[in-house]
Design a protein around this ligand. Structure first.
Ligand code: SF4
Length: 225
C-alpha cells in the first residue's frame, strides 16, 4: 500500500481535505498532542538502522505535501548519504498540491501515489469537503514527469462506484497515460468517523465488477484490494 517493496513510512501531521471516509482523522489537524516534531537529521538516523531491510522511504500523512520543504530536505539528505542513497523516495498524496510544490519535490522524488477520490467535482466535494481541481492537474503533471507510480480509487458503493462513473474515470485516467497503474481500494467502515460508519462496504462480487469494468475500459495495470 505504501509503495514498492519494504518501506519506512513517515506520517506527517495535517491535511487540507476532510474526508468522511478518512481512517486517520487524527492526522487532519495541523497540530495534535499525538504528533511529535522531528528534524530531518534525527529522522535520517531513525531510518538508518532499518535501511538494510528497506527498499525505500515513503512520506504519507495527513497530506505530505503540506510540509513539502521538510519532504524535500529529507529526500535530499537520503540521496546525499552514502549508505542510504539506494533507498527510493516516494510520496503518498491526496493530489492537492499546486504545480510549484511538485516542481520543488520531483527532482528528489522517485515516485508518487495519488488518491483520486472522485472525478466528478460535486462527488469529490461531498467525500472530501474540497474541490478536485488541483488533483486533476497533479495527476497529468506527475505522469508527464514520469513520476506517477499509481492512482488509487477509493470506491464507496452508491457514492462513486457506478459503472458510468467508473467508465468516465477510466477514460480520463487512460487519456493521461494508457499504461497507468490503477489501484482500487474498497471502502472499509472500520475506523472511519460516524458520518461514514453506516456506508456499505463493497462485496466480493462488487469488487469483481470493478475489476471487470475497469479492465473492459482498457486499464491494463490494475490492482483491486
Ligand atoms: S486526504 Fe487522506 S488523510 Fe486527508 S482527510 Fe482524506 S483520507 Fe484523511
Amino acid at each position: 500500500m505504501d509503495g514498492p517493496g519494504n518501506r519506512f513510512v513517515v506520517f506527517l501531521q495535517g491535511c487540507g481535505f476532510d474526508c468522511l471516509a478518512c481512517h486517520n482523522p487524527h492526522t487532519i489537524p495541523r497540530a495534535t498532542p499525538r504528533a511529535r516534531s522531528i528534524t530531518v537529521a534525527d529522522l535520517v538516523e531513525e531510518i538508518r538502522p532499518a535501511a538494510p531491510f528497506l527498499s525505500g522511504v515513503t512520506v504519507s500523512g495527513g497530506e505530505a505535501t503540506l510540509q513539502a520543504p521538510f519532504v524535500r530536505a529529507l529526500f535530499t539528505a537520503l540521496r546525499a548519504d552514502d549508505d542510504l542513497s539506494r533507498l527510493t523516495t516516494f510520496v503518498d498524496t491526496n493530489g492537492s498540491a499546486p504545480r510549484a510544490v511538485w516542481d520543488d519535490l520531483l527532482p528528489v522524488t522517485d515516485g508518487v501515489m495519488v488518491d483520486l477520490k472522485a472525478l466528478d467535482p460535486q462527488v469529490h466535494t461531498y467525500l472530501t469537503g474540497h474541490a478536485n481541481d488541483l488533483v486533476l492537474e497533479s495527476i497529468p503533471h506527475l505522469a508527464r514527469a514520469r513520476k506517477l507510480h499509481e492512482v488509487r480509487l477509493l470506491l464507496v458503493p452508491g457514492v462513486n462506484d457506478s459503472p458510468e462513473q467508473l467508465g468516465r474515470t477510466a477514460a480520463w485516467l487512460l487519456s493521461v497515460d494508457p499504461e497507468l497503474r490503477v489501484k482500487v481500494i474498497g471502502f472499509r467502515a472500520h475506523g472511519v468517523r460516524a458520518a461514514a460508519r453506516g456506508w456499505a462496504e463493497p462485496t466480493p462480487e462488487q469488487r469483481e465488477d470493478y475489476r471487470a469494468l475497469l479492465t473492459a475500459a482498457g486499464v491494463r495495470d490494475l490492482v483491486v484490494v
